[in-house]
Design a protein around this ligand. Structure first.
Ligand code: GAR
Length: 217
């Protein structure tokens, strides 16, 4: 499956997808990386892996639709089948989201539908929850909404700061995102009535429900 990855910044989730795609048995490849931020550090990950990158600086466009038309064109020109938002911090219009309906996914650093939006870890700590995590979901017009494909739970520890919690959740993100992409590329994910149905049999059935182990295996 051909992936197009949208980034705005650091690109650590992009890096986890690049590493997954480098495995011979991984059923997807990244064909383009697009950024709205010319200074996104993640662009270097793509360049090192020999993946074509393009920058469309949203500040250069008076209209959001013009910016998105270029994104759309670049994705189609590269033959993208699945768009992966990986720390892409621009809100997309309903028109763009409709064009990629059930073909665009996002990762968010909370157990959705809790803690949508920004400053997630700060708000998670303020709320005093004991378990946080991350979610991969299909993109819908409302920010951080859409059918949930996979989630990982991550403990909140008593001394956590937004930084330490963010780092622990990020480790889980780096396992969850490739896992979710694999499920989609293997045709195991269907959206039925705005919920995700996973096609599994036998002992695989609980696969996506496991918390990804934090230590490397
Ligand atoms: C990640 O934690 C991702 O879940 C979050 O931004 C970070 C990007 O990091 N995305 C959102 O909050 C989307 N609502 P990265 O650039 O290192 O992948």
């Amino acid at each position: 499956m051909k992936l197009g990855v949208l980034i705005s910044g650091r690109g650590s989730n992009l890096k986890s997808l690049i590493d997954a795609c480098a495995q011979p048995d991984f059923p997807a490849e990244i064909v383009c990386v697009l950024s709205n931020n010319p200074d996104a550090a993640g662009l270097a990950h793509a360049a090192r892996a020999g993946i074509p990158t393009q920058v469309f600086n949203h500040k250069d466009f008076a209209r959001r639709e013009t910016f998105e038309a270029l994104l759309d064109e670049a994705l189609r020109a590269a033959g993208v089948e699945l768009v992966c938002n990986a720390g892409f911090m621009r809100i997309l219009t309903d028109g763009f989201v409709a064009k990629w309906h059930n073909r665009q996914i996002n990762i968010h650093p909370s157990l959705l539908p809790s803690f949508k939006g920004l400053h997630v870890h700060q708000r998670t700590l303020e709320a005093g929850v004991r378990i946080s995590g991350c979610t991969v979901h299909y993109v819908r017009p409302e920010m951080d909404e859409g059918p949930i494909i996979a989630q990982a739970a991550v403990p909140v520890l008593p001394d956590d700061t937004p930084e330490t919690l963010s780092a622990r959740v990020l480790e889980a993100e780096h396992k969850l995102y490739p896992m979710a992409v694999r499920l989609i590329a293997e045709g195991k994910v269907r959206v039925v009535n705005e919920r995700v149905a996973l096609n599994f049999n036998g002992s695989d059935a609980a696969g996506p429900l496991f918390v990804p182990p934090l230590a490397s295996e």
